[in-house]
Write a protein that binds this ligand. Structure first.
Ligand SMILES: [Zn+2]
Ligand SMILES: [Zn+2]
Length: 380
């Protein structure tokens, strides 16, 4: 087998500027590994990162970085101690968590990175000048540092489906474990992006009594998909009065409301209006630093609402997501719509943002070596 001496990767050098660069293939020590990227999922965070709109965060470097925080790949090279610690070897497929441990706390000292409280950094948001440079998933290879958290996954599953472990973990967390969704709950999901749709799957898996999801006019195919995945009612937030329609459909409101809508500060007001007494609201969709105005504070108090912001998800939800994908119980292949090669990382981000006419993606992944996607109005 020939071993490439260089690794090609896309580097975000400043907001809205991605360049393709080559890096030396790093030497791998006994505690680390080198991942051959099969696919790297992209999400709204990639778009914010690209725009330079990511809020300041202690372990995020804005740029220059190799983006890509949802990597899936094959272990190509691994040190002896890492092999033992992670229980994986060369050739295994693994799903990798975005955050890696700090390497300095007691938990990391014992290589129990899952218990690290002060994570060391995040793949896709680590300074590209830090050796060995390959800290992101928009690349042919990614470095797996000793404090990575990963889980083995069945290699038979198509990569485009397997790589959905990240949005699915978010759904399991936000529409399942965080609001403790159960059979008595009516669940309303605001927003029909990949995470909203994964919330439908999660609410269904949690046995929710009723599931309602909202979307925009251009989301009609996603709302149809939501019904296939288990939503009972879909609402067009542009042409219908969301609060009135939800109240009517649910017979008064919902126990659980999950807000996944990006750049829509009014949605929290909707969530408060929709929630019933003692309701649980999970806020996940970032608003581009725009404040929510005219929040009905008295309603929050009278209804005794729980409002919980979520950024990522606990590691157990990632592991459950991998199990759920392996179970084959949900038609996840219908969510994965596009694979872009590394060279088209910027196109992929524009497509995700809905800025490429004719392309209506749900889930997009960067796939090294994928055929180019035509932007001439046809979906690739
Ligand atoms: Zn993401
Ligand atoms: Zn640590």
């Amino acid at each position: 087998m020939t071993v490439e001496r260089t690794v090609r990767a896309a580097v975000l050098v400043k907001p809205r500027t991605i360049e393709l660069r080559e890096f030396p293939r790093p030497a791998i020590g006994p505690d680390a590994a080198l991942l051959r990227i099969e696919a790297c999922g992209i999400c709204g965070s990639d778009y914010e990162q690209y725009e330079g709109a990511t809020p300041p965060h202690e372990d995020y470097t804005p740029y220059p970085v190799i983006p890509g925080h949802e990597p899936l790949g094959l272990i190509e090279e691994i040190g002896a101690r890492a092999r033992q610690r992670w229980g994986v070897r060369e050739g295994d497929r693994v799903a990798v968590r975005s955050g890696y441990g700090c390497g300095r706390c007691a938990a990391c000292g014992r290589f129990e990175t899952r218990a690290c409280r002060s994570r060391g950094g995040t793949y896709g948001y680590t300074d590209v000048s830090k050796p060995p440079q390959l800290w992101g998933g928009y690349a042919e290879h990614m470095y797996l540092c000793p404090h990575s958290v990963l889980k083995k996954m069945d290699p038979q599953i198509p990569a485009g489906v397997a790589v959905m472990f990240n949005p699915l973990a978010a759904g399991l967390s936000w529409a399942g474990t965080v609001p403790a969704t159960g059979p008595d709950d009516r669940v309303v999901i605001l927003g029909a992006g990949q995470r909203g749709l994964c919330c439908v799957i999660a609410a269904r898996a949690a046995g929710a009594r009723q599931i309602v999801i909202t979307g925009l006019s251009r989301d009609s195919h996603k709302l149809a998909l939501a019904r296939e995945l288990g939503a009972d009612v879909t609402i067009n937030a542009e042409t219908e009065d969301v609060v009135a329609r939800v109240r009517e459909a649910t017979g008064g409101g919902a126990e659980v409301v999950v807000d996944t809508t990006p750049y829509a500060p009014q949605s929290l007001g909707h969530a408060v209006a929709i929630a019933v007494r003692k309701g649980r609201i999970v806020v996940a969709g970032l608003k581009g630093q725009r404040p929510a105005r005219e929040l009905p504070v008295d309603d929050m108090i009278y209804k005794e609402l729980t409002i919980r912001g979520v950024l990522s998800m606990p590691v157990d939800d990632t592991f459950r997501a991998v199990d759920l994908i392996e179970s084959g119980r949900h038609p996840l292949e219908k969510l994965h719509t596009h694979a872009f090669p590394i060279e088209q990382a910027e196109d992929a981000i524009h497509a995700l943002a809905g800025a490429v006419p004719g392309l209506n993606p749900v889930h997009i992944a960067i796939v090294p070596g994928a055929p180019p996607v035509s932007l001439g109005g046809q979906a690739g």
